[in-house]
Design a protein around this ligand. Structure first.
Ligand code: GLU
Length: 323
């Protein structure tokens, strides 16, 4: 059996919060318990939205928690390869091959156009793209490109994508009916998350993707891209989201439960103990080490539902938000 390789894939648009660290801890425990490795990849493809300070803070926070990575930014490695903002030439090559095959097409629709023309997707209200620009003749598309910069959308052929998620079990999507053609490049030329992440996961030989369950809807699109280029998809484990005491999801702008704020009041062992408690790996939130967690970690123990963080858990942190 080949080596297990997990990954941390932070988007450095803001500081890492407790929900991100929960995800990275589980990814790390799962890979390490199987004798595997961890890749750290900075998902900063949308460079104008990123903050240099968040990159440095994320690296520092991961180190502070003891969540070391085997490949990624660092003095001894070619760090640039692990920043999506430095991988544009790679994405360009894959994009060019899709253009040659004619599977990607210019799209001039605004979000509003799509919402008006499409029936909302039953589950999460994401509209399935109605195919408006796929049906444009190439002459018309060329004509419109003279005055309007298009986004680039990937056309889906019929395919059923099935995964066996470690927590959700078997899930299946009819991509044409349930997902629809999707953008892989924006009007400003920046490659979209679905495209960069799908490619990087296979190009970096990731075998296990641990991420929050709000990304579940992205999975069939990403696997579709991987199959299109002849790659086998990794295993997926979509974990419950951490919610604040009012049931809201953590946001990067929520400074109170950012790791850099938590660090002012708690030790790494205290934070690990609290995260382990939320993951049901221990019955109270007493401090613990990564070694202790490696001996008790099991996906079977993890709650399936999203997890509300009790207010008392990080009581020393002020609950104010920025902006
Ligand atoms: N970069 C994404 C985030 O920080 C995660 C993407 C993924 O795990 O696929 O939310």
């Amino acid at each position: 059996m080949s080596e297990v390789k997990g990954r941390f894939a932070p988007t450095p648009s803001g500081n890492m919060h407790v929900g991100n660290s929960f995800c990275y801890l589980l990814a790390w425990l799962s890979a390490k318990q199987q004798g595997g490795r961890i890749v750290l990849r900075m998902e900063d493809a949308d460079l104008p939205r990123m903050r240099k300070s968040a990159v440095l803070q994320t690296l520092s926070d991961l180190e502070w928690l003891g969540l070391e990575w085997d490949e990624g930014p660092g003095p001894q490695q070619d760090g640039g390869l692990y920043y999506q903002s430095c991988r544009t030439e790679i994405y360009d090559r894959f994009f060019a091959s899709l253009r040659e095959k004619g599977t990607v097409y210019p799209c001039f629709c605004s979000r509003k156009d799509i919402l008006l023309a499409a029936a909302p997707h039953a589950e999460d209200c994401t509209p399935v793209y109605p195919g408006t620009c796929w049906n444009l003749s190439s002459e018309k598309a060329v004509q419109r490109m003279k005055t309007q910069k298009p986004a680039w959308r990937l056309h889906l052929e019929p395919e059923t994508i099935t995964i066996h998620d470690r927590l959700f079990g078997r899930l299946s999507w009819d991509v044409q009916a349930e997902c629809g053609d999707f953008p892989i490049r924006r009007t400003d030329g920046i490659y979209c998350y679905q495209f960069t992440t799908a490619l990087d996961d296979v190009l970096m030989h990731i075998s296990e993707v641990v991420r929050s369950n709000d990304l579940l809807a992205s999975t069939p699109w990403q696997i579709y891209i991987q199959h299109l280029f002849g790659y086998q998809e990794p295993d997926y484990i979509h974990i419950p989201m951490l919610l604040d005491e009012s049931g809201q999801r953590m946001a990067k702008r929520s400074v109170s439960l950012s790791i850099c704020e938590i660090r002012k009041h708690y030790t790494p062992k205290e934070v690990l103990g609290r995260l382990a408690f939320l993951a049901n790996l221990q019955s109270d939130w007493s401090p613990c080490t990564l070694e202790q967690l490696l001996s008790v970690f099991s996906w079977d123990r993890l709650p399936k539902q999203n997890i509300v963080i009790p207010k008392a858990l990080f009581a020393k942190c002020q609950r104010e938000t920025s902006q």
